[in-house]
Every structure is written in C-alpha cells, then in structure tokens.
Design a protein around this ligand. Structure first.
Ligand SMILES: Cc1cc2nc3c(=O)[nH]c(=O)nc-3n(C[C@H](O)[C@H](O)[C@H](O)COP(=O)(O)O)c2cc1C
Length: 331
C-alpha cells in the first residue's frame, strides 16, 4: 500500500502539467508548479538507461528537493528493468512512479513499450504486479483509448491495472493510431471513471482552466492533465492571470519567463541550456508581435547571451503591446 495519498493530492490541485518528452524537465516543471499546476510528471525515461548506465538518459531523471511531489515516468516492458529503474528513482526522491502506456512512436512500440503495452495485457499485468511489489510509493499509469479504432480497450486495461494495485490512472483517449490528430474523445475518460474506483485523470485538448473544469464535469474525472497548451503558457494554471490588466499580464509573463530561463541556466549544462532556452523561448514568443523574425534570430544565436539579447530587445521594444496572445482553440 502506498504511503502517499494520491487521491488527496489530486483533489488539492486537480489540474496539472502533462509529461512531455524534452519539455517537462526540472525547470519547466518547477515553473508550472509555481504558476499553480498540481504535482508534475517528468518526461518519459527509458528504464533500460538504468540497466546500461546510460548517462545521457539518466540526466533526464534529475530531481531536486524544490520539486515537491514529482512523478517519474518510465518507459519499458521488462519487469526486471522496470523494477530496477523504479527502485532507483524512488531512492533518488521520486514520490510517484508512472508507467507510460501511451507513447505511439514506432521506435518505442516495436520494442513492446509505450502504447504497445495496451495490446499485451498479460505482459502488462506481470509488469504492474512486479512494480507494485517493488515500491511503496503510488504506482500510476498513463494510457490511451486503445491501440486503434478496432482495438479500443481503455476500460479493460484500467480494470486490470486496478486489480494489479495501480493507484491512479491518466487517460489520453486518442488511440495509438490517432497519434495527436483529430479530437480527443472525452467520453472514453467517463467510461474509465465509471469502471474503476481509483482516481482517473483526463487528458487531451484542454486549453484553459475553464475547459479543465468542463472535462471534470462532463466525465467525472478527478483531475486533468494539460500538455501542449501549457507550452509557452504555463500561467494557464492560474485562472486569475486572464483577469489581469495587459500591463500586469505583461509583467507577470515576463517574470515567469525570466524565472524559467534562470532555472534552465542554473540546472543544466551549457549546451543543453542553450537548446532548452531556444526551444522554450520560441514557444513563449509564438503568436506575439514580430514572432517570426524573433524566433529566427533566437534559433540562429550562438550562445545564451545572444539569445537573451534578442528576446530582451523585443520585449523592451513592445512593452505591454507584446501581450496579445493567440488564445484559445476551444472545443
Ligand atoms: C512533444 C510531446 C511530448 C510528449 N511526451 C510524452 C511523454 O514523455 N510521456 C507521456 O506520457 N506523454 C507524452 N506526451 C503526450 C502528452 O502527455 C499528452 O497526453 C498529449 O499531448 C495530449 O494532451 P494535450 O492535448 O493537453 O497536449 C507528449 C506529447 C507531446 C506533444
């Protein structure tokens, strides 16, 4: 039995940042939490990295005491590799272990990992039972609606997982075949909610706190994960942000971006810090005035000082006129 009460944790802060490979690392997770996200989930980490001491991948598993409650997400299908990785992560401070059962990338699924776990319930049950026995923190899974339209089994997978001792489930109801296209069929989330008694988090196409509430009302899910809409816009976890005057929003967004850039610089080696700064700044400026030339200049810049120079010049030039932001692709 897990020591941390995950149901209570989700109840306290139901809307939270979704895991996104190469984005939801220490700096962005911390910024999102400071903006109001509930506990966050790290980007997926291949469990084999622990077996083979793959330093590059292991760096992705960085945590820091300031992270608060953090879920570490593992990608894998082999019970031995997965339990080894989970135990190491818990020893290093992970509060929750999450199993990725939704990654649609062929290089992942052809090895039986990610969404492929939804096709092989016997392997998945063995894996989840082994993990349950190996760790005493909450064990969670993140699933899709199924492998394809012909193979929709989110409810079956969720019931099996609950029987194996899984403490909470996140459902991104697109199928593996759908990847990220089309609409996420929220009704599937409701079907899973009604089939299990552990907390279910819904995910897919949520762009605002109002939409998150709507997903909770329509499906009965206990929590909501927001992925793409939070990229370049972590303040969406604070509904009050939208009510600020343009001048106050400008100041706040600028402060959040500054905090993010400072955290990237403080926690990452220089080469990685440069890439991450470019990537996130491009998202922060997307859709704002003069975004295209600014993004081009940011990507061409050779070092952090030059990247920052371009950004600061643009921000100074526009002041609160910089604020108009493309808002919100509503369902
Ligand atoms: C760039 C990117 C990386 C992602 N990486 C992961 C990952 O590492 N683990 C995971 O479970 N889901 C991952 N996802 C899926 C998201 O967590 C989420 O389920 C999906 O984007 C749907 O939610 P959204 O509509 O709010 O973006 C990723 C999605 C994107 C766009």
């Amino acid at each position: 039995m897990a020591s941390l009460d995950i149901a209570e944790l989700i109840r306290q802060a139901p809307v939270r940042l979704a895991p996104m490979a190469s984005y939801t690392n220490v700096p962005f997770r911390r910024v999102a939490q400071a903006c109001g996200s509930g506990f966050t989930t790290n980007e997926e980490i291949d469990a084999d990295a622990f077996r083979y001491d793959n330093q590059r991948t292991l760096r992705m598993a960085r945590m820091s005491p300031e992270d608060g409650v953090v879920a570490m997400q593992l990608l894998g299908c082999d019970p031995e590799a997965m339990t080894l990785a989970a135990v190491r992560l818990v020893e290093a401070g992970a509060s929750i272990i999450d199993v990725n059962m939704g990654c649609p990338a062929p290089k992942v699924t052809k090895r039986g990992k990610g969404a492929a776990l939804m096709r092989d319930l016997a392997t998945t049950a063995t894996l989840l039972k082994a993990l349950r026995a190996a760790i005493d923190v909450p064990l969670t899974i993140k699933i899709r609606g199924g492998w394809s339209d012909e193979h929709l089994n989110a409810v079956e997978v969720a019931c099996m997982a609950e029987e194996c001792g899984v403490d909470a489930i996140t459902v991104h109801p697109r199928t593996r075949s759908q990847q990220y296209t089309g609409h996420a069929p929220w009704a599937v989330i409701g079907e899973v909610v009604r089939a299990v008694s552990i907390p279910v988090t819904g995910n897919g196409d949520v762009h605002s706190m109002a939409e998150a509430r709507r997903m909770m009302d329509e499906t009965g899910c206990a929590g909501v994960m927001v992925g793409r809409a939070a990229l370049g816009r972590p303040w969406l976890f604070d509904e009050a942000h939208e009510t600020l005057s343009p001048a106050r929003r400008f100041e706040r967004e600028r402060a959040v971006i500054e905090q993010h850039l400072a955290l990237i610089e403080a926690t990452m080696p220089p080469h990685e810090a440069l890439l991450q700064t470019k990537k996130h700044l491009a998202l922060y400026v997307a859709g704002r005035p003069e975004a295209r030339p600014l993004k081009a200049a940011i990507f061409l810049a050779r070092d952090l000082a030059a990247v920052r120079g371009h950004y600061e010049q643009a921000v100074e030039g526009y002041g609160s006129a910089w604020i108009p932001f493309p808002y919100v692709a509503s369902r």
